[in-house]
Design a protein around this ligand. Structure first.
Ligand SMILES: [Zn+2]
Length: 392
């Protein structure tokens, strides 16, 4: 079945949109959050648990799966869906961001990128054509173009050069695509420059893609600049195509992104924070190891319907975390993923009912019980940072 996106409603008081994506593995209601399953698993979640949490689509990563276990092995197993026992839609990132994260271990040329594996130092080369070939072997429902993720800060001349390379690679990705049942999204670059973002939108819509991502954000720029860039770029994109904001972000960022007209989000924040004992609730963030929860008999979040909140107290969750029990990672992740997905459900309901802007205001006001400002900022790859900080 071919991919399609249907715009069902645009909010009258903001640019928030309600939509529906149809893919070879089923429908996805937007705005949607995609839990990140980098290495063929959303860390500490079973596929059944993901479904129970309401996940309609997850993200897989080309770079990691190409290196380990290898896309040819996954192809032999019938593709990523069968390999990981997930029968709902999957979006695969192109690997551009991970290779960007390798820093000195990579060399960018017109043809593609030479890099050394972060696992064993072995040498590899990924071109736009190769990135599409790998994603076709994985069999994802939505593939991403191979892009040059422009760093921040960068000289304007560098941003322009990097963006132009992304455009030439985007055309090569489009030409390389063989399987029409998989959608292909283009990635808008252009740094924090409005005119360059506009030029990038024009170049990519000129090639024509099934959807468009805003890339190159959440890479160290101030939050206000990130929001300004989203606000300026989203309305330039064609209304009838899905819009994906890559690697963003906190619950507050997502509500703002929806306000500016974004349909798809992904971020390691709920899963990664869960393993670090940072939990999102309807009243703000909770650092579960804090002494104030030692004898707290309340559920983590009174307003949450997840398995963790239905069955366990804050005192028990604190105990598991302090005792470094594996169950702490599982229960914390179940909650954070459900929190994000329930947030998206509330966002969709409020857009459908015409009350999104009221929801947005009250959401901001409710984020009061706030243990910590230590939330990790910016787009990160869960597998390329030290896992030390992930251990409880
Ligand atoms: Zn919960």
């Amino acid at each position: 079945m071919a991919f399609s996106f249907e715009l069902l409603k645009t909010d009258s008081k903001s640019n928030a949109r309600l939509g529906k994506m149809t893919t070879a593995h089923g429908e996805v209601r937007t705005p949607v959050f995609m839990p990140v399953g980098t290495q063929g698993t959303v860390k500490a979640m079973t596929p059944d648990g993901l479904k129970e949490a309401g996940a309609e689509i997850i993200l897989g990563n080309t770079y990691h799966l190409y290196l380990r276990p290898g896309h040819e092995l996954i192809r032999e197993h019938g593709g990523l869906h069968r390999f990981m026992h997930w029968d709902r839609p999957i979006l695969t990132d192109s690997g551009g961001f991970q290779i960007f994260s390798l820093g000195p271990l990579r060399k960018i040329t017109e043809d593609g990128v030479q890099f050394q594996s972060h696992i064993d130092g072995s040498r590899h080369f990924i071109s736009p054509e190769r990135a599409i070939e790998i994603q076709e072997a994985l069999g994802s429902d939505i593939m991403m173009c191979f892009d040059d993720c422009t760093p921040y800060p960068a000289e304007r001349a560098y941003v322009e050069k990097s963006m132009a390379l992304t455009h030439r690679w985007a055309k090569r990705c489009r030409d390389a695509q063989k399987n029409s049942s998989q959608a292909l999204f283009g990635i808008i670059q252009g740094g924090i420059h409005r005119d360059l973002r506009q030029a990038s939108v024009e170049a990519l819509t000129g090639i024509g893609f099934d959807g468009y991502a805003i890339g190159g954000l959440s890479v160290g720029e101030p939050k206000a600049l990130m929001m300004e860039t989203i606000e300026a770029t989203a309305p330039l994109l064609p209304a009838g195509r899905a819009r994906y904001l890559m690697g963003v972000g906190t619950p507050e960022d997502i509500v703002e992104g929806v306000h500016y007209g974004i349909d798809l989000f992904d971020c390691v924040m709920p899963t990664r924070s869960a393993r670090n004992g940072l939990l999102f609730t309807n009243r703000g963030k909770v650092v579960i190891k804090n002494a104030r929860y030692r004898n707290d008999q309340a559920p983590l979040d009174e307003a949450c319907d997840c398995y963790t909140c239905r069955n366990f107290t804050r005192a028990y969750l604190r105990h598991l975390f302090i005792a470094r029990e594996i169950l702490a990672l599982l229960l914390n992740t179940i909650h954070n993923v459900r929190f994000y997905l329930a947030l998206m459900e509330r966002i969709r309901t409020s857009i459908a009912g015409g009350g999104f802007e009221d929801f947005r205001r009250s959401f901001r006001d409710r984020q009061r019980e706030d243990d910590s400002g230590s939330i990790p900022e910016g787009r990160v790859d869960e597998n390329m940072k030290t896992e030390k900080e992930d251990a409880p």
